[in-house]
Write a protein that binds this ligand. Sequence first.
Ligand SMILES: Cc1ncc(COP(=O)(O)O)c(C=O)c1O
Length: 388
Amino acid sequence: MTTRPRRRPDRPHFSSGPCAKRPGWNTGVLDAALVGRSHRAGPAKARIQEVADRSRAILGLPEDWRLGLVPASDTGAVEMILWSVLGARGVDMLAWESFGSGWVRDVAQQLRIEDRRVIEADYGRLPDLSSVDFDHDVVFTWNGTTSGVRVPDADWIASDRRGLTICDATSAAFAMDLAWDKLDIVTWSWQKVLGGEAGHGMLALSPRAVERLESYSPPWPMPKIFRITKAGKLDQSIFEGSTINTPSMLCVEDAVDGLRWAESVGGLEGLISRSQANLAAVAAWVENSAWTEFLAEDPATRSSTSMCLRIVDEWAHGRDPKAVAATVKAAAKRLDSEGIAYDIGSYRDAPAGLRLWGGATVETSDLEALLPWLDWAWAEAKADAKDA
Ligand SMILES: Cc1ncc(COP(=O)(O)O)c(C=O)c1O
């Protein structure tokens, strides 16, 4: 019998997106939001620009990069850029989990770019990064949120590349060091590491990316929501506090709050170390666990944000995988109804298991409090499965 733990996490928020709000957050942080005003009014534009300015400072974005707010969250930012720059040369699409695979599908089935190579790996692994052709544009995800596999660094990216590197960094930005000199286009959304609200995307462009946008015009029609050039020139206003369409000023205010909090915990270094401490706490527990293992095979590729665990219990050997998946689901559901942990089941397309968010807004003490509950819930779910 695994005894029922006594200590509960203070906050049961371990979802991989939207992620936990920052510690101490309450709706009072929105009091100064510029609601009921035009987003094009001076103060509103200044607030939107404040998000970009604080983000830029925390992330150490190079001076000559542009950073703007775009519609439709990270998906909007990625799609806008795929539609705007691809087709000028061949493209290497890298995928090792669900989101990367989604971008592959869009490039193949929607944009129908013929000159493409798909470099893939199954859940738990990275693809062969040494086979990437940097004469091509390269699309990849820094941290694969649904497998918990990240690139450990950017050493595999050529400094003298001719193509552009396009990086979906939504579950990496603010928790991992992004190598700006090896990246040309980077996207993220607010609802991940800083615990902001969904619906708004951030798009960072290097000078080479701007050059492409201003020298290449794709052959397909461009919906207004994707248009970041005007008469062949970058629409500068998007990078100076204006937006393509109307953003939520409540969400903008919340994003500013998240960034101020990030500064208060030591900026990027502080955020990274908070996330690393979360990974260390979970890794120490996994080390001694008889029933879980990281889905990421190589420890160097283990995500400190989306920590994905698979089931290696002897009990599961030779059992119908559907029954195992149902048992993990039941364990997660039990923790949810107990108010111990919300939303920790693995992503719908990923192998059955658990996914714990370890981004900066999650307190290590809450993860430490949660871990014994995982043992308890798993034991209970297995007992129920036996009775069924
Ligand atoms: C790697 C990655 N890309 C894209 C997305 C989609 O993000 P959004 O829902 O903000 O558009 C997610 C969401 O979890 C993600 O983890």
